[in-house]
Write a protein that binds this ligand. Sequence first.
Ligand code: ADP
Ligand code: MG
Length: 347
Amino acid sequence: MPKSTHVSELDLIAEIRRAFPASRRRTVPLGIGDDCAILRPPPGHDLLVTTDFTLESRHFRRETHPAQAVGHRCLARGLSDLAAMGATPLAAFLSLALPRNFPGTPIGRRWLKDFLAGLGNLASATHTPLAGGDTAQSPTETILADIVLTGIAPTGTALRRSGARPGDDIYVTGALGGAAAELRSVLAGKSPRRASKGDYPHLYPHLYPQPRLAQGQVLRRRALATACIDLSDGLSTDLTHLCAASGVRAEIDFTALPIHPLAQTQPDAFHLAVNGGEDYELLLTAAPTTRIPGKIAEIPLTRIGTILKRNFRHPPITLLHTDGSREPLNPGGWQHFTTQELFVEGK
Ligand code: ADP
Ligand code: MG
């Protein structure tokens, strides 16, 4: 039996505070330690808020996902939502439920330390202070986390899903399918216990996705995009969301899709790229007269298709092949309650 000691809620909060040294900044005059945090967005800015669950067995498995990566992904998902709207992070809030006496065991303590380190590294890299949260005992043996992210953008300038117009070009940042390809090897037990993500982020698109904050901010500041969404559920699903919000349809050029090198090694590379999900790249549309740079902050942008007028005789998304033939591209990405279990053996 591993040695077990009692760790109280107060001890836990103290440990979290140690992992996130208070950063003094004008926009967060009061962080962890009081009943509420106080946020002070600069005048002339909108406040943006997003929240994301990270649930054991649903979003990660303790046996296959290093705790550091779980912490990183927990924050990355929310940051990617801010990136999609061109926002700058203001503060994060972490609600954490841990199994009974989990932090009192050496294994649990190690897990928590690594989880906080993963979250903390990304928080400092993106200048996102942790300004509060909640800590509770999980009613089951599973770890549950919820992160709330707040961000700011000059009033009325945040990018939205709803601005795409017929004739617009469709672009994507980075490459697609890498996260799904890496997930496959992670589930096969081939994940590094402690991946050194800092050196080679492109090697770990699933364990250490890089939210495209800088790219989103440039798109917003230079008013380059008419609409934007982050690719959390997969291109086919997220493009359907963007089209629905904008009242348009889309055609994707089969040969133009930038497929991640990790996906290219798989027999179903195209499926991973369009349905894989969790790539956390940005999908955006731009007027044909807008000059979109080939790269923003070192990340390539690729034109992958065109926005068309909605027409109920055509499916919302079609795929254009080199011989000029077309086929419907149905939303095949992740959807809670309808998609089969992500972690089903062998998938
Ligand atoms: P209250 O009971 O008034 O809600 P708590 O005792 O839960 O306050 O929390 C005390 C302080 O610690 C608060 O500022 C809260 O935001 C912070 N806190 C609690 N849990 C977490 C956590 N998981 N991550 C970050 N801050 C936390
Ligand atoms: Mg209180």
